[in-house]
Design a protein around this ligand. Structure first.
Ligand SMILES: [Zn+2]
Length: 388
């Protein structure tokens, strides 16, 4: 038997797009969708059809033009939502309606103002209708991690019976912790009849900074679909970052012996395209795609990385599409890194000349946070007599 596959469900264009500063026009969404196809995502959630005309139009356009991934639309458990989603998805090669319905008592009582019985009836009717209209129906009991587990098993059982083949357990409010989330997946697998025919999915938010850890815990506990976004954008503190989950599975393949369809060298280009499209990019210290993720300034680190990158890097920049590791020269840099950069700039110096330039470099670096190539070239120029 071959390795099991983990499917990547990208929701950059839905959960990501609905967060402040991240809205995109149809043309921008289409460009991102094409890049996500190149990256190799399995399912692309293109929007929430009933939410606006613009969302419906973007889903329709993406469904017409992007033929690789299955295209999904989010939908509430309501007839008009499901029909709007189906219309928007009509041109898709392969289509999915992602139905969500709150299952926690706090959401049922204060947001939807319906009883548990009514929620079960709505879930049943909605999944049955969607199953007649599209290829795949996914059901998400919203706020699953704060739902009474007996009721969660019940509503998931109803959705599976009605024809849902993907069950997502969203940590809607970013509340869970890895061990607890993993246990939830195991419980559902044990207690709900028919789960062996269902793909379990995780969907995590980063309110406590654990979205990626929680996603990985879910995969270990049986999730075979992971919902995530590029750069981790999404509601509030964001979603699980696709690039971090993918890189973790790659670096720790010993713990995650699964296949997937992603081309990891497309991670950085995809992150860059998103950053240029919305109003902000990842923070410099963001894992995998931040501008400092592969930068080394400390001299001992720089020497190590130049000798063998694996001294201080668990994954090479090239593996995730980052052009080359960025050596930031500063006051912590040593002679070795300075000589390396000067050679790259076309100046191989002998020992004495290097020492002279190094002394000037340290003097400059004491005053400046980072020393750039143009500064280095200036250091090479003969110094005026008055200053020597
Ligand atoms: Zn979400």
């Amino acid at each position: 038997m071959g390795q099991e596959r983990v499917q990547f469900f990208d929701t950059t264009l839905r959960d990501g797009e609905q967060s402040p500063g991240c809205s995109m026009h149809t043309t921008e969404k289409l460009r991102m969708a094409r890049q996500l196809e190149t990256l190799g995502v399995d399912i692309l959630e293109a929007g929430f059809a009933i939410a606006s005309e613009g969302d419906a139009a973007a889903i329709h356009t993406i469904a017409s033009e992007v033929r690789g991934p299955q295209i999904a639309s989010l939908s509430r458990a309501r007839k008009e939502d499901i029909e709007a989603a189906a219309r928007a998805l009509e041109p898709a090669r392969s289509s999915r309606i992602h139905i969500f319905l709150a299952s926690s008592d706090i959401h049922l009582e204060y947001k939807l103002k319906i009883t548990r019985e009514q929620a079960l009836e709505q879930a049943d009717a909605a999944v049955r209708l969607a199953a007649q209209l599209v290829d795949t129906v996914e059901f998400s009991p919203e706020d699953a991690t704060r739902t009474d587990v007996d009721f969660l098993c019940k509503i998931v059982g109803v959705a599976v019976n009605a024809g849902a083949t993907v069950i997502n357990l969203p940590d809607t409010v970013g509340y869970t912790i890895p061990q607890e989330y993993a246990a939830l997946f195991r419980t559902l697998r044990q207690r709900v009849p028919g789960m062996e025919k269902v793909t379990l999915s995780c969907h995590c938010h980063d309110d406590l900074g654990m979205a990626v850890a929680n996603s990985l815990a879910a995969i270990e506990a049986g999730a075979r679909q992971v919902e995530c976004t590029i750069n981790g954008i999404g509601e509030r503190a964001g979603n699980g970052a696709l690039e971090e989950i993918a890189a973790a599975m790659h670096v720790r393949a010993d713990k995650f012996p699964f296949t997937h369809g992603l081309h990891l060298e497309q991670l950085y280009p995809t992150s860059q395209l998103l950053s240029r499209t919305i109003s902000y990019g990842p923070s410099p210290n963001k894992a995998i795609v931040g501008s400092n993720a592969f930068a080394h300034e400390a001299g001992i680190h720089q020497h190590g990385v130049l000798s063998n990158p694996l001294c201080y890097e668990i994954i090479t920049p090239a593996a995730v599409g980052v052009p080359s590791n960025r050596m930031v020269l500063g006051k912590h840099s040593g002679r070795h890194a300075l000589a390396h950069r000067l050679t790259e700039l076309g100046h191989s110096l002998d020992r004495d000349a290097l020492e002279e330039v190094y002394q000037r470099f340290i003097h400059l670096a004491d005053r400046k946070k980072a020393v750039y190539d143009q500064d280095l070239l200036a250091l090479l120029a003969p110094m005026p007599a008055a200053q020597t």
